[in-house]
Design a protein around this ligand. Structure first.
Ligand code: MN
Ligand code: MN
Length: 298
């Protein structure tokens, strides 16, 4: 199905992504005060140093911040207990690896993240061509609730394609009756998000937006904005980026806001657990083969 050279690129992206998480894990361990901006930049620089490109800005989500957040300015957290999620994306010529870990401190936090990781590994071992996606979502949901936790129902994994992080199909974390079938040669990012029983099991979009992507390529009839849009297209294509990568000066912020208002840029509001409960996440990218899932980020 997939050509060997394409598989090689997916595997290389996966290897770099995995090493990036190991590197960041070591950076964080034993530190009590963590500058999350420094962490995100170290992750992105590590990716570039090792021959990859960031497929999206490094996401750092502390406790109830589940996804879609990258720091823009210096931001120090005191990490005595709780759940700190690091989510990185790497691409080689557009072939993407998307992977995340949760670093836990405190007994109940270790427990939820341990369970989260096990469930991810278990669902990956169930993947094969012909399986229904909803069946696997059902497995995740049932296991999580049996153990006394809640799945974040409105977050899911996703099909990946070249230069396309969300290529249509969702890999649900809950039961779905009418779902599509897994096919050989497909690439999926699988990412169960789970929270405590006192959480709502849902996220909402907050007011902060630190991640954007190009969504429409229309002529703007504005020299400055057209030039800016071209720069985004050349540097990131359709993949997500952050103003931080464009030296966060006043005119950049203004251009981004203008393009956002005109629908040329899509924004990704920070996703927060609705009751403020801490959220855990683990994610791997897999290639579906005849024999099952080949994990690129293991
Ligand atoms: Mn991810
Ligand atoms: Mn993902």
């Amino acid at each position: 199905m997939l050509k060997d050279e394409i598989i090689e690129k997916y595997l290389m992206a996966g290897r770099i992504a995995k090493q990036t998480l190991n590197f960041i894990y070591n950076e964080i361990s034993s530190k009590l005060y963590i500058d999350v901006l420094e962490i995100a930049e170290k992750a992105e620089n590590y990716i570039i140093r090792n021959g990859g490109k960031p497929a999206f800005p490094c996401n750092v989500g502390f406790n109830a911040i589940a996804a879609h957040y990258t720091p823009i300015t210096k931001e120090v957290i005191e990490f005595r207990e709780g759940l700190l999620k690091i989510d990185v994306g790497v691409h080689i010529d557009g072939y993407i690896a998307d992977t995340a870990i949760t670093i836990a401190r405190g007994r109940e936090y270790h427990e939820i993240s341990r369970i989260n990781k096990t469930i991810l590994d278990d669902v990956i071992s169930m993947i094969s061509p012909g399986k229904k996606l909803g069946e696997l979502g059902s497995f995740i949901e049932a296991r999580v609730s049996k153990l006394g936790y809640k799945v974040i129902r409105n977050l899911s994994g996703h099909l990946i394609d070249r230069y396309n992080l969300h290529a249509g199909k969702n890999f649900p974390n809950v039961r779905e009756f009418f779902s599509q079938t897994i096919k050989e040669g497909e690439i999926y990012a699988i990412e169960p998000f789970i929270t405590f029983s006192y959480g709502s099991g849902e996220v909402y979009g907050g007011r902060i937006v630190t991640i954007y992507s190009l969504s429409k390529i229309k002529k703007l009839k504005d020299k400055r904005l057209d030039k800016f849009k071209k720069e985004i297209l050349n540097r990131f294509g359709p993949l997500p980026f952050t103003p931080r990568w464009l030296n966060n000066k006043e005119d950049v912020v203004d251009s981004i806001n203008q393009l956002y208002k005109r629908g040329v840029l899509r924004g990704y509001p920070v996703l927060i657990e609705s009751k403020g409960a801490p959220v855990s996440q683990f994610e791997h990218t897999v290639i579906v083969t005849e024999e099952g899932a080949l994990v690129t980020t293991a």
